[in-house]
Write a new protein. Structure first.
Length: 471
């Protein structure tokens, strides 16, 4: 007869057949802070960042700004990665025969780096101009007026309208490239016949139109491209990626339209009609502003270098330099994008040059209004971090604070230059004095480990005081 009271079947020889084994569950040992309705329990000991624990699905509360700081601390420098690519891997890429076009583009980039004394200065100015454009005495005056509580609302409105027009007209070339990219993305997602028609319309646009010369391109877009896109959506009811790219195109179109020469001229004349502005702005300031928009003297070589580097990176990411080198190209691109982040409050410049037969890749970060200034000295302070890698010589790093023509400098040099430490000091002192500056402090030693940007500029952490979001 079966034993109906038996709950579990024991193993043979381990349990008497007549003994009933109770089905007892082991008490759970991982319960923290058992709820007591008579008391307020303390918080659980586990944290909210245990995302990597097994079977743990706690929310990730790290903000975008925290992610930016983490990437900034761990990301290799753009100049160091570029130097690695051209100094140590360039020969193997060329000799391996992987992608003849890749070797040609890299050699072209190296050829463009060759500069003389005057060209080096113009290149640096071009890099600065392409990095930031709201600089100079003219914009300093406008900043002071906008911050004045006694300024009339109409005058403030005219200043803001001028700034919008100025931003739009100086970005004409970039905005046009964005629109063409939007249109090409739309064509790639269209039916074949419609895509061919759209590509013909794209080819009719003037891609070499300068700042302010937007009339012809706007007319072609209004007369052909925009009606064509509208008709396509009406016929196909395509509300997917095509419509999303059309929305991006319209946003760029609006900005491009705002950057017309006539609109900027009207905004500038209205601004100069404000008494608070006309009393402080000189004719030379206005002439310099206008010349900077339409002549763009110093940035041609800088733009060519940047464009050629983008070409090299594109081919490298496609594997044309060998897939073993793909990570280097990714590091360069990620570093460039990170330094252009909205969270980066510093002016960043990349300066690749071949000067007097010596190749150098340099990276510069500038804080034009450092909070590390001495209150005793008075006046604003400028802080710089300069990293540069010189072929066959090594890696250098310089941290400098300048206030009232007085300099605090920390210089880190390659270990092989230790015997020349005194000569380096004499040379630097000569350069500083030649530029009417004086040393307040100077320190030089071997470079053991490159410093992260976040360790040099503590202003980066001010973003923690703002609203952080998580996506």
């Amino acid at each position: 007869m079966a034993d109906i009271l038996r709950v579990t079947t024991p193993l043979t020889g381990q349990d008497p057949a007549t003994k009933v084994r109770p089905n007892v569950q082991d008490p759970t040992t991982n319960i923290n802070n058992v709820i007591n309705p008579n008391r307020v329990p303390k918080n659980e000991s586990k944290g909210l960042y245990n995302d990597q624990e097994t079977n743990k699905f706690s929310p990730n509360l790290k903000s975008n700004f925290d992610s930016f700081l983490h990437k900034l601390a761990s990301m290799p420098g753009m100049s160091a990665e570029t130097a690695k690519l051209f100094f140590t891997r360039y020969g193997s890429i060329v000799s391996s025969g992987l992608g003849e076009g890749m070797a040609l583009e890299m050699s072209k980039y190296l050829q463009m780096m060759k500069v003389s004394d005057a060209e080096l200065l113009n290149l640096l100015k071009g890099m600065q101009g392409s990095a930031i454009k709201f600089t100079g005495d003219f914009f300093d005056i406008l900043r002071g007026l906008v911050g004045n509580k006694n300024l009339s609302p109409d005058a403030k409105s005219m200043i803001l309208e001028f700034l919008r027009r100025y931003d739009a007209i100086t970005a004409n070339t970039h905005t046009l490239k964005n629109m063409i990219s939007n249109l090409n993305n739309i064509a790639d997602r269209m039916m074949r016949n419609s895509a061919e028609q759209l590509k013909e319309m794209i080819a009719s646009l003037d891609t070499k139109a300068g700042n302010g010369s937007v009339t012809e391109n706007l007319a072609r877009m209004r007369e052909s491209i925009i009606p064509f896109l509208s008709a396509y959506i009406s016929q196909t009811k395509d509300f997917g990626s095509v419509r999303d790219n059309i929305s991006l195109f319209i946003l760029n179109f609006t900005r491009y339209e705002m950057g017309s020469k006539e609109g900027f001229s009207d905004a500038l004349n209205s601004l100069l009609g404000v008494p608070e502005v006309s009393s402080k702005v000189s004719n030379s300031m206005v002439a310099q502003l206008v010349d900077g928009i339409f002549s763009d003297m110093h940035s041609d070589q800088a733009k060519m270098l940047q464009s050629q580097l983008v070409t090299v990176l594109t081919k490298g990411l496609e594997g044309q330099a060998g897939y073993q080198n793909t990570q280097v190209f990714q590091n360069i691109l990620q570093s460039a994008l990170l330094n252009e982040s909205v969270y980066m409050p510093l002016l960043h410049m990349m300066l690749p040059v071949d000067y007097n037969g010596r190749q150098m890749f340099s990276e510069i970060w500038v804080d034009p209004d450092s909070d590390e200034r001495s209150e005793k000295e008075g006046g604003s302070a400028v802080k710089l971090l300069v990293k540069f890698d010189i072929k066959d010589l090594g890696f250098f790093e310089m941290i400098m604070l300048v206030q009232n023509s007085k300099v605090d400098m920390q210089l880190f040099y390659p270990e092989q230059l230790e015997p020349m430490k005194s000569q380096i000091k004499d040379g630097i002192f000569t350069i500083v004095e030649r530029n009417d500056l004086k040393f307040r402090s100077y320190m030089a030693e071997k470079c053991a480990q490159p410093a992260p940007v976040s360790d040099v500029f503590h202003k980066l952490f001010e973003g923690r005081n703002m609203v952080n979001v998580t996506v």
